[in-house]
Every structure is written in C-alpha cells, then in structure tokens.
Design a protein around this ligand. Structure first.
Ligand SMILES: Nc1nc2c(c(=O)[nH]1)N[C@H]1C(S)=C(S)[C@@H](COP(=O)(O)O)O[C@H]1N2
Ligand SMILES: [Mo]
Length: 519
C-alpha cells in the first residue's frame, strides 16, 4: 500500500506539505495516547511517562537548572517540551518520507518502543493494555500522515487540467481534521482521568477519629490580613513533587504494603486503614528547598494511623534502621526507624483538614513525619513502606545532592509587611510565622532598622509540631525601613544570622524585609 506515497507519475508532494503531514500524524498519535489513558486506568499518559523517564535520566545540574528557571512549572515546561520536540520530529521525518514511507514507519516504531518502555516503568500500568493502545496510536498516526499526504496530491485528472485542482484545499481540510481530532482526544482523555478520580474521591467519607484536636481559636490565630492562617487549606497548601500529572489512584485497587526487614509482611487495603483507630495531629510540613522567607511550608490538621501502629503489625526486625516510603509513581524517601518510635506523631495520613486527602497532597495515603523535611519523609500516594538498613538504600533526592539526614531547621518568616510594600507611617502590626516542628517555638524577636531586638507576641501553639504566628506593633517614621526576625526554639537554640543556601540540608539565616512608610 505504501508504494503509492508517490502516485504513479505524480510529482512528489511539496516538502512543506509533507512536513505538516508528519506533524499531523504525530499530533493524532500522541493525543490518542492521552485518550487511552483516560479510557483505562491501566494505561498511564505516555507524555508524563516519558517526562518521568527524562527526569530520572537527567543529570542533577540540569534538574537544578530546570527547577530554578521554571520553579514549580518545571513539569509543565517539560511536558510542553516533549510535545514540541515530538512534533518537530514529525516535521523532519515527514519531509524525509516524501519518496518512501520507510523513515516515517521506522520513526513511529521507535517512538512506540520508547513510549511502551516509559509507560511500563510506571508501577500502575499493565503491559497488555499499554502495548495494545500504543499500537493503535501508532497505527492512527501513520494512517493520518499517509491520508494527508494522499489528500495533498493532485489526481491524474487534476494534473491533466480536466478538473480544477483541489489538492491544496483537501490538504488544508485534512490538516484541520487531524488537529480537531487531536484537541478532542486530549480534552476527553484528560477529563475522563480527572472525573474518574474525583468521583471516587468525592464518594468517600473520612471516618471519625478516636482522638480529635480542638479547632483553632483566636488564641491560636491572630486573624490578620496578609498573614498566613495558622491552618492552611488544602487548596492553598504548597505543593512539591516530581509528578508531571497528579497520580490518580483507584482506592479499590490500592493497598499499602509493609515489606523488608519485618517479621511478617502486611498488606492493608484502603478500607482496612480507615477502620483502624485514627488520630488527628497538627503538623507543619516544610520543603528543604524553601529559601528563607519563602512559602514552601504550611501547617495542616492531618488524620491518620500512627506509623508506629502499622509497623507493630508487621514487627520491625533488629537492624532495620531505615524506613523507606515508596509512592505509586516510583518516588522514594527514607528516614531513620527511630523516628517512628521516639514519641513524635508520625502518621500514615488519609485526611487533611478533616477531609479525605486531596489528590495533589497524596490521596489515598501519605506519610507525615513531624520534624523532617518532606523530601526524606512525606511520601505522597504511598504504596509501600519498606524496612531496610540505612546503607542499603538512598531515597530519590539523595543521589541528587541532598542530605540523607534532614531534620527541619528552626525558621521564622515575616508576612507583614511584604518586601517593597508601602505602609502608612505610625503604628503598624508586623507579623509572621515561625516553626520548629517537634521542638516548638519558645520566642520570636524582631528588629526594626538598627533598633533593639524586641520579643514579639506569639499565638498559643496548636502543637509542638505546628508553626505559630508572631506579632509586634512597631512605630514607623516616614521613610525606608528594614525589619528582621529570628526565632528561638524549645531547646533554647536561636536562629543564627549567616545565610546558608537550601542545598544540601535546608536554608538558614534571618528573614529581613525592606519596605517604606509614609504619612
Ligand atoms: N510521591 C511523592 N511524594 C512526595 C514528593 C514527591 O515528589 N513524590 N515530594 C516530597 C516533598 S520534596 C515535599 S516538600 C512534600 C510536599 O508535600 P505537599 O505537596 O503535600 O505540600 O511531599 C513529599 N512527598
Ligand atoms: Mo520538598
């Protein structure tokens, strides 16, 4: 069939037309993979699977560059990059296939193999559906390319001038048709994935905990504008992860396994975990990459099973000095086993702020470990807890240049005023937050310009693991000012002044804000 790429005696089609036909083939093929991901939960998105493979294979300097250049949009940029590069390959291979279909067919075979390999690496995928859907997408891509090439070729009677040459119009219609199919397939696929997940989550009800925490009162939260609330909603809570698209987990298919150096492996279904005695804990999570003064930190009320209870079911063996959390998307984090038994409230959490854990914060279950940065502890979309030795395994970020042991450093932040803000002169309520999970905050001091360090008023802490708000009324003269803050934690340790960058184990230094006051 393909020997008719060039119809008998017809001139080869225009190179630009051939390029666009290739682009259309790739677009239809890629978009169908998104549609299939929507139709079947056994088929992961090919674009995000390839993105994950790129993230895993990329050298750490490149990842650092991407994170610093694009911030939390780095994954979106990567996905767009994969699509753009694929379409460009379609353009060039389309042009190379003017006389023979071989380059296009070979390119699709290679792309299919890469796509299948990347998708199968996703632990939630199933090989059969992945291969079948990829073959379908490849076939549709080749057929689209071939169809548009044919549409762009004048027929014998058109060439002879017997009838008006409509080939150009047919080409444009073909291209538009392919673009329409691609847009609809991506839209429908994405919508199906989201609605399947949301419907399942919405149908769930977080069980009543056996231990409830009191709601915050005016003692716990100053309630000032521009000051972070003491409990941050799931929607406003910072989000950091390596997932290109939020993993969608079917709680009916999901289970949590406790494996490795245990007396007996344990497997718990979502229902079984929810039937265990659940407790509520206020815990502040912090990201190690947070710069002094930034907002990759937040406090929430977590509902879950004490990690210790789940470990005791399995029986931790002597020598198992590392706990590794593994997520459904293959991410890992490890921390010392002691942490689960030293009295702090580490949880396998299923709820956040009295709601079923939001998808982007780890539904159906995640780890919450007070006092440890998220990258070594807070595994979202948790699938397995493995007991191992400290030396036997390094979590995801460790070979990428971050410290293996990563307790959260005592920190404080100024929320009011913002940097560069112009505030009215006179009395002003400066305020912010301070955190030292597991230790608690004993004092926060504030310095205006070259004035004395003055102790701020603190809110009643929700727990030793939760941040507090601080507030100090300052008297502002007209002109520019600098405000500095430093916290002292429950051990008596006061934040030192010298700035330290986030890598490898968390930023240090005093947050300071320059602003102006005028009458
Ligand atoms: N599966 C998975 N869990 C993860 C991560 C991740 O990339 N994948 N990132 C961790 C990091 S670095 C942090 S700071 C916290 C952030 O949790 P949040 O997004 O709910 O705020 O999640 C942790 N859990
Ligand atoms: Mo993080």
């Amino acid at each position: 069939m393909f020997n008719t790429v060039v119809t008998d005696g017809a001139p080869p089609i225009d190179r630009r037309h051939a390029g666009w036909a290739g682009v259309a083939g790739v677009a239809v093929s890629l978009s169908l993979t998104e549609l299939f991901a929507g139709i079947s939960s056994a088929v992961p998105s090919a674009i995000s699977s390839i993105g994950s493979a790129v993230i895993d294979l990329a050298p750490s300097w490149l990842k650092d560059f991407a994170i610093s250049a694009f911030g939390t949009a780095d994954k979106a940029v990567l996905a767009i990059g994969i699509v753009v590069v694929s379409l460009m390959i379609g353009w060039f291979v389309g042009q190379a296939s003017v006389r023979s279909p071989a380059p296009m067919v070979i390119a699709f075979l290679i792309a299919g193999a890469v796509g299948i390999a990347a998708q199968i690496a996703d632990p939630q995928s199933e090989t059969g559906p992945v291969i079948a859907s990829t073959l379908l997408a490849m076939g549709a891509g080749i057929a689209t390319w071939y169809g548009i090439v044919r549409l762009a070729q004048p027929s014998a009677s058109e060439r002879a001038g017997d009838v008006e040459d409509m080939s150009r119009r047919r080409f444009v219609v073909g291209l538009a048709g392919a673009a329409t199919v691609a847009v609809i397939a991506v839209g429908v696929g994405r919508a199906m994935v989201q609605s399947r997940a949301e419907a399942q989550r919405a149908a769930l009800i977080l069980p009543e905990p056996v231990e409830r925490q009191a709601d915050p009162t005016a003692e716990n939260d100053f309630g000032l504008t521009s000051l972070s609330p003491i409990v941050v909603s799931g929607a406003d809570f910072y989000r950091i992860d390596t997932a290109l698209v939020v993993p969608t987990v079917d709680p009916d298919d999901w289970s949590l396994r406790i494996t490795g150096l245990v007396d007996r492996e344990v497997e718990l279904s979502y229902a079984e975990i929810n039937e265990m005695p659940l407790v509520e804990r206020y815990v502040t999570l912090a990201c190690v990459s947070n710069e002094v003064g930034d907002d990759l930190v937040g406090n929430a009320l977590w509902t879950g099973v004490p990690l210790r209870d789940i470990l005791d079911m399995a029986g931790v063996q002597a020598g198992a000095d590392q706990i590794v959390g593994r997520s459904v998307d293959g991410w890992t984090a490890g921390f010392p086993t002691d942490v689960a038994f030293d009295g702090r409230d580490a949880l396998v959490a299923v709820g956040m702020n009295r709601e079923v854990l939001p998808a982007k914060h780890g539904f159906p279950a995640r780890l919450v470990v007070p006092g440890l940065y998220g990258y070594v502890s807070a595994t979202k979309w948790l699938r397995e807890i493995e007991l191992t030795t400290w030396d036997a395994f390094d979590g995801y970020w460790i070979p990428r240049g971050w410290a293996k042991e990563a307790p959260i450093k005592t920190q404080s932040r100024i929320d009011r005023p913002r940097r560069g803000q112009a505030v009215p002169a006179g009395s002003y309520a400066a305020a912010g937050v301070a955190w030292a999970p597991t230790k608690g905050i004993a004092a926060v001091e504030v310095q205006l310009d070259d004035g004395p360090w003055t102790e701020a008023e603190l809110t009643e802490p929700l727990s030793a693991d939760a941040w507090v708000q601080w507030k100090l009324d300052v008297d502002l003269a007209d002109g520019n000012h600098t405000l500095r803050v430093r916290a002292t934690d429950g051990t008596g340790f006061t934040q030192p002044e010298p700035p330290v960058p986030p890598r490898p184990d968390g930023a240090e230094g005093w947050h300071s804000v320059t602003f102006s006051a005028s009458t």
